[in-house]
Design a protein around this ligand. Structure first.
Ligand code: ZN
Length: 433
């Protein structure tokens, strides 16, 4: 099919006025000016979007889709208080609840133009639900509070698919995530890093998120001390930053570092040497009272910096471009084109997905988002200003339309699961103390 619009943003090259994307069999065949592609397209089906801008399917590089049914139920609070709220709210959730909740999250993502996620999962339900709804991405199996010798048994019980390089399908990669330095024993973090080396899979960790974490690393006490005692009994304060601590364990190598709010210039140098990338979640950081990551300095160090919403348990929605607007306000010197890279190609790089997602180019997965931005002479600035759930016109993932005329198409099992999640959310709201 041939998809045309006022502007196409390939990301890897400058915006194309009156641009088009030619798609066949789930991959992109060609990107260019409509007049040039018409000949190539022959009898292809045609979708014209006047008044619109086409971007790659956006990459929400940090989500917990399985928590989507908790949206709006948790109050903003410091991390340690918020964690205990979360544990109470989850209660006795099982695989059915996680799957339904992930489906709801996947549909919310697609409605906001996101086709790729970096999702933290507790088992195979979330990636399966996400695939049903049309989302690709890297799905990180999370482990915490487990003694290192039990790691492989735990991964087996969570049905971790130990495939080479983690590719479970053309669109989904599976990785590992020790939750955080305060919830995993140092021996567990080392063991997970060894497993990552063995399977060649992506690997992510929440690091340097809160002042409480910084305090725990420096002195061993503070608001997270009890959590650490319970979940990481071998932990003792290294008297260094979290990032230095992970590096000393040999586990910063290849890591996708989520948050890095408290990264110092020395930490940034370590990240630039070792990490795969960083993911920043500005609205979630604000929700939990944390500072924004030093995004300008991370970019200057040459790190791929992806953007994530985190879960709706610490945010209002999964509208990724809203995160760009917060960054634009906080870092006005970062050009809009660079912010768009963060929500696309840099997210893909941070997740180990750059050979399939994040740019509109021949051979990439046919993932794109169409936003109705009106007449525009500066599509990148207008994208950051106006794109998002409110202006999503259409979304294609893997060559299949998931959203058309601004509405999610009820073509998959995803919609039924999303309805179940809405019921779970309603029940929670009723039983919430
Ligand atoms: Zn998270």
């Amino acid at each position: 099919m041939l998809i045309t619009a006022d502007w196409v943003l390939p990301v890897a090259r400058p915006p194309i006025r009156n641009g088009a994307v030619l798609v066949d069999g789930g991959v992109i065949v060609e990107v260019g000016r409509t007049v040039e592609l018409r000949g190539l397209a022959g009898e292809s089906e045609r979708y014209d979007f006047p008044g619109c801008v086409v971007s790659p399917g956006l990459v929400n590089a940090h989500t917990h889709l399985s928590l989507t049914a908790l949206g709006g139920l948790l109050a903003p609070a410091p991390l340690d208080v918020w964690i205990s709220q979360l544990v109470t709210a989850l209660g006795d959730w099982g695989p059915a609840e996680y799957a339904a909740s992930a489906s709801l999250g996947a549909v919310e993502c697609l409605r906001a133009g996101v086709t790729v996620v970096g999702d933290i999962v507790y088992g195979p339900e979330a990636p399966a639900a996400a695939a049903d709804a049309g989302l690709g991405g890297t799905f990180f199996w999370e482990v915490l509070g487990v003694p290192a010798p039990r790691l492989y048994a735990v991964l087996e019980s969570k049905e971790y698919p130990a495939t080479d390089h983690g590719w479970c399908s053309k669109r989904q990669r599976c990785g590992l995530s020790p939750h955080a330095p305060y919830s995993c024993d140092p021996s567990l973090i080392r063991a997970m890093h060894q497993a990552v080396d063995e399977f060649f899979v992506p690997y992510a960790m929440h690091v340097a998120e809160s002042a409480a974490e910084t305090q725990l690393m420096a002195t061993g006490d503070g608001p997270l001390a009890d959590v650490a005692k319970r979940l990481a009994p071998e932990f003792s304060a290294p008297d260094s930053s979290s990032i230095a601590y992970i590096d000393t364990l040999g586990a910063l190598d290849g890591c996708t570092v989520i948050h890095a709010c408290h990264a110092s210039p020395t930490d940034i140098a370590r990240l630039a040497c070792a990490a795969r990338g960083v993911v920043t979640c500005p609205r979630s950081n604000r929700f939990l009272g944390n500072p924004l990551a030093p995004v300008n300095r991370l970019l200057r160090a040459g790190l791929p910096v992806g953007v994530g919403t985190d879960s709706v348990a610490s945010n209002t929605d999964l509208d990724l471009v809203a995160e760009l607007r917060v960054l634009h306000e906080a870092f006005p010197a970062i050009p809009p084109a660079r912010l768009i890279e963060m929500a696309t190609v840099m997210g893909a790089l941070a997740l180990g997905l750059e050979d399939r997602f994040g740019i509109l180019e021949t051979g990439m997965q046919a993932d794109l988002a169409v936003f109705r931005l009106g007449d525009s002479t500066d599509p990148e600035t207008d994208f950051v200003r106006l794109a998002g759930a409110a202006t999503t016109e259409a979304v294609l993932s893997g060559g299949v339309w998931r959203v058309l005329d601004g509405a999610y198409l009820e073509t998959t099992d995803g919609i039924e699961l999303a309805a179940q999640a809405a019921r779970i959310r309603a029940e929670h709201a009723l039983t919430k103390p």
